[in-house]
Write a protein that binds this ligand. Structure first.
Ligand code: HEM
Length: 98
């Protein structure tokens, strides 16, 4: 199949989309690491209205961890989608070599 030459405008658009997606995924990964580690190692476990501020904070951070994880999975999905041509090319090459 003949390779289609891409214009610089199109590549520029794709490159900047990838850059934005990568920066967002790094930010979400950092937030996931911080919320996950604080919940695991620092905050007390428990539940109930009298359990105190730190337990409430832990519940808040658990929700934050879960919503951030959902966003992270969506952004990683977009990342893979933006690299889809490369993924297909690598799979085709792998099939031809077998
Ligand atoms: C797509 C990625 C992720 C998903 C779907 C995910 C999901 C979850 C869920 C459902 C829990 C249990 C409930 C909660 O505490 O919220 C949990 C706990 C935890 N996560 Fe994640 N997580 C992800 C990424 C990460 C990352 C990147 C880190 C750190 C490097 C991390 C560290 C932790 C830790 C330490 C706990 C235990 C918290 C505790 O003991 O209370 N997670 N995660």
């Amino acid at each position: 199949m003949k390779k289609r030459k891409r214009g610089t405008m199109e590549m520029g658009g794709k490159q900047s989309r990838l850059w934005i997606v990568n920066v967002i995924s790094f930010f979400l990964f950092s937030l996931l690491s911080v919320t996950g580690l604080i919940n695991w190692l620092l905050l007390p476990r428990g539940y109930g209205s009298g359990a105190g501020f730190l337990v409430s904070l832990r519940h808040f951070l658990i929700s934050m961890h879960e919503w951030t994880a959902l966003l992270f999975m969506i952004v990683i999905g977009i990342h893979i989608w933006l690299h889809w041509a490369y993924v297909k090319k690598s799979l085709d090459r792998h099939r031809e070599e077998r």
